[in-house]
Design a protein around this ligand. Sequence first.
Ligand code: GLY
Ligand code: MN
Ligand code: MN
Length: 440
Amino acid sequence: MQDRLAPLYSQHLATLRERADKALALGNFDHLVIASGTPLRKFLDDQDYPFVANPHFRHWLPLNIPGSWIVYTPGHKPKLIFLQPKDYWHVVPAAPSGYWVEHFDIEIVRDATDAVALLPNANTRRAIIGPECPTVPGAEANNPQAVLDYLHWHRSYKTPYELELMREASRVGTRAHRAAEQAFRAGESEIGIHMAYLAAADQIDAELPYASIVALNEHGAVLHYTHFDRKAPAQSRSFLIDAGGSAAGYASDITRTYAAQGHAEFQALIDSVDVAQRGFAAKVRAGQSYPELHIHAHHVLAEVLREHGIIRMSAESAVSSGVTSAFFPHGLGHPIGLQVHDVAGFQASETGGTIARPQGHPYLRMTRVLEPGMVVTIEPGLYFIDMLLEEVRAKPVSSEIDWARVERLRPYGGIRIEDDVVCTDGEPENLTRDAFALIG
Ligand code: GLY
Ligand code: MN
Ligand code: MN
């Protein structure tokens, strides 16, 4: 992996330098200064929250280290100010090593405050990108909008190096998903399944790109279910798991839903959502409007609801009356990369601006037209959520719904199937399904 990454990294860095040159010119700056960030302290405590470095820092370097800085001045080799404290309480970052080292001038500092003197002089025009809090006196972030807009826009187009890391993040996630499915079939509790997931991923919670959702039975209906029951239910009927893995700061975001043996009606519904999901993933092609794909998904899912006898109305009226939104109340997906919900999903151009969501779809996180190099998730779902179903029951369309069937399916919670898909010049690359295929 490291051998494969070295040439890709040097190409990646050349791309980042070109982008930085343009961003600085646009904003009228001489230097790009990127803070990795400072750990956030818990209130009235001497403990910090798990540290996650600024994604701009991780874009340049595969390092998740606090108190460090990248300084880039057009025409010059980038500099890394690397904080390696003398500290016998904690594990300090290892001395710089790896494929990236030769591309940087590296200066080691022993104290976070020492970095400030090594930054370009405060009288120069510095674009300082980093968290606004906690601040480092003398090096406060200014996060110029013009620079951020340009960099965020271009972060949508993944370099071959980034795609290689996203393939690795998908391999981590899928092997852990496989272990989780086995734990579910063995009758484990939610926490037991979660432990099996972490062990197979070989990552701790803080290293995962987001808090895993491990939901048995009705819990699948809670969209962000991040509780872990300690006790296995008397009967595990269904299992929804939304969990990812990371590789050098890049994320995978994967959801699968399973029915226990003998639960054929729910399994048939999963199979239909799976067919629909593959159809949407196949449409991740250059020129495809993502919001149009989201609306298309509503129509296809309405057909699935009809085929399974859950609704009687036409797909058209299920969409227009809002019935599909009760069963599928979130967006079809979002951009993914260094952040699970990556930047620029709504951005209109490299100089900023916003593309609004289609009316009636407040949770969609991506409104752009797909282009080669973009990576998006495709995550349709169908759920039986009491609160939303009650709202439908109170409307005239209620008579178009087979409530007895809904009642039979409620104990299964819901279904979501989520893949990470790369838009290319031709066929989409499905990172998730390719990684599952590797493990058979
Ligand atoms: N796991 C977060 C999401 O699917 O968007
Ligand atoms: Mn997602
Ligand atoms: Mn997810």
